[in-house]
Design a protein around this ligand. Sequence first.
Ligand code: NAP
Length: 246
Amino acid sequence: MAENRVALITGAGRGIGAKIALTLASENIDIAVVDYGEESAAAETMSALAAAGVKAKYYRCDVSDFTATKAVVDAVVKEFGKIDILVNNAGITADNLILRMEEADWDRVLNINLKGCFNMIKHVTPYMMRKRYGRIVSISSVVGLMGNAGQANYAASKAGIVGLTKTVAKEFGARNITANAVAPGFIKTAMTDALTEEQKKEMYKLIPLGCLGETDDIANAVKFLTSDAARYITGVVLKVDGGMYI
Ligand code: NAP
C-alpha cells in the first residue's frame, strides 16, 4: 500500500481550514493542523480527524512569526517524515476605510495574511525540493482581485498572495512543485452568519448563482488542486465565488 501523503494546513482549527483538513483526510492524507489558539479550541476538528483514521497532530503557531514557523515546519517533518502539501489558509480581517485605518491594522493583516504565506513557503519548499514533489495552495479572496471599500489591508494581502503564488510556480516548477491560489467569494461561515437578512439579500444581487458558497466548495477546490488530476496546473487563481467576479 502506498504511504499517505502529508498536508500542513494553517488556520485549520475551524472554519474553511477545518473543512479543508477533513476533506483531505477523507483522501487518506495525514494532517498537521497549524493554528494560533489553544489546541482545546480545535478539539472538534482534531477528534473528527482522528475519526477519519488518518494521523493528525496540532501545532500552535503564529504564522506571521518567521522563527516560529521554521520550528513548526521542522517539527512536522520530524514527526511525519515529510510535507507533500501546504495549504496557506490562516487569515484575518481588520476592516476600515483608509481614512480611519490605523497603521497597526495594516501591518497585522499583511503580516498574518501575506507574510504568513511567505514564511510557510520559505520553510517548506527546501523539504519539498528534496522530494521533488510539492503541492502548495494559498487561500486568497475575490476581494484581492476586485478591491473592496473598507478592506484596503485585506484586499492588498489577498492580491499579494496572487503575485506570490505565480512567482512560486515559476521558481519551483522544475522541481515538480505546483503553486496555486483559491479565491473564495462569500462563504457561509460564522462571519457571514452574522449578517442581517437585508445585507444578505443585497449580497445575493452581486452573485449570479444567487447564494453564498459553502466551506465544502472551497475544500473541494483545494482537494482538486492537490490531486493528481491537477498535476499540470500551476500558477492559477481558481475563483470559487458563484460568479461574483467575472
Ligand atoms: P476563520 O473562521 O476566522 O478562521 C481563520 C483561522 O485562521 C482560524 O483558525 C484562526 O485561528 C487562524 N489564524 C488567525 N490568525 C492566525 C495566525 N496569526 N497564525 C495562525 N493561525 C491564525 O476564517 P475563514 O472564514 O475560515 O477563512 C479562512 C481563509 O479564507 C482566510 O484566509 C480568509 O481570508 C479566506 N476567505 C474567507 C472568506 C469567507 O467568506 N469566509 C472569503 C474569502 C476568503 P484562531 O481560531 O486561533 O483565531
